[in-house]
Design a protein around this ligand. Sequence first.
Ligand SMILES: [Zn+2]
Length: 483
Amino acid sequence: MRNVIFSLLALLSLSACTTSPVTGQPIFTGLIDSSQENSMGAAEQQNILKQFNGPVDNAELTQFVQRVGAKLTPYAERKDVTWTFTVLNDDLVNAFAVPGGYIYITRGLLNLAQDESQVAAVLAHEMGHINARHSAQQQSQSMLANLGLSILGTATGSNAASQLGGVGADLFIKKYSRTHELESDALSVKYLAAAGYDPYANTKFLAMLERYTQLQEQIAGQGQSSVAASYFATHPPTPERVTRAREIADTMPKNANAIVNRSDYLRAIDGTVYGDSPEQGFVRGNEFIHPGLKIRFTAPQGFKIQNSAEQVAAQNSSGAAMIFASGRGPDEDPANYIISYLGANAQLTAQEKIIINGMPAATASTRLNTSQGAVDARIVAISAGGGNFYRLTFIAPVGQMENYATAFRTATYSFNKISDSEAKGYSPNRVRLIKVKSGDTVQSLAAQMPVKDYPAERFALLNGITPQTALEPGETVKTVAPF
Ligand SMILES: [Zn+2]
């Protein structure tokens, strides 16, 4: 959970006609020229770094990505772009391009890749969007929309509540059209081949993405979509994309020495944070701990916690949810914060001032409109001092709030501060390289990882193999260790 930053890039959805530097065809782009693109991209850089936990704390990985990028850029059609490659300290599998040549790739995506050629494929795809001047469309689906809980406003029509849980904000990661995705894939294969990389790397990474999404869905539970698959949402690896990328790779000149390079990739990825970082907060079973904010809370039994950029959302399979986020109020009064947050027209009931583990707080109930229809909601605002508030939003299907009263009350009063020393005790897990010894199996190595759910599946995905794959003694594999 990080504070939401509004993006200038919403402006980029303005359209005007120009000629594609790639195809020579007229295309719609922003009402801006390339120098304006550059300055907007530069202005946005700090916001993006803040939003995604800053740059990754692995200089070797950053240098590796920049080296790979530098091998590709000579083949870019646009020469008016200065390319900047940044590795973000974010566990979500994501990569995106910002006008001005700014390419961002997350550590989550790099952990999933298997070799240098797959990293090159992702960078080349993002470069394709810039080279072809694709303007992304505003992404209609937010993280909460994926959960089926996109909140459109209170029953009384307040706009303020449209930002409940961050909906409507921070949407600079936008969805590309199918045509643009296919065009970027084609460009990616072309750049890969030109730079001497395996032209099938794009197809191979799309397959990794598909496996990743399947595992995320398995982890999230049946019938629940994963909030983690954000790259999937913006660049869906449809069967059509996989087939087309393979067909284009088939037409490339054969290169017996095509670069795949697993060893340099493995050296660079060693020591990279795996999973949540202290800046994002940790999910430990039903508990959420944020060492930076020095807070913790426990979600009700049967609720699955998902930690995303905008908020921490926990939900059960019956349409009830608990959402944690933060915001600023007009003054120090948590009751006034709730009113300013929901809007003056919101119809509030059961308003109450309370104290939660020594912290001044307030609560109120209301009805909200969501993409799935109306829901009953109880908002709890907890003062964090200086006009800042933590916000817990409890949601139940209409008429069912009473069934969750005890569970939601227990969750509310589980919200507490943690001490400095307790906060320091939470350190992230990291990707580590190990050499396979005789007798090691996916299962035996996975059992040593500090990961409780689906360890064999996670280990297999990390290494691009299946849980049934036999390991070769002496081969180097990625594992996860708590140091
Ligand atoms: Zn794309």
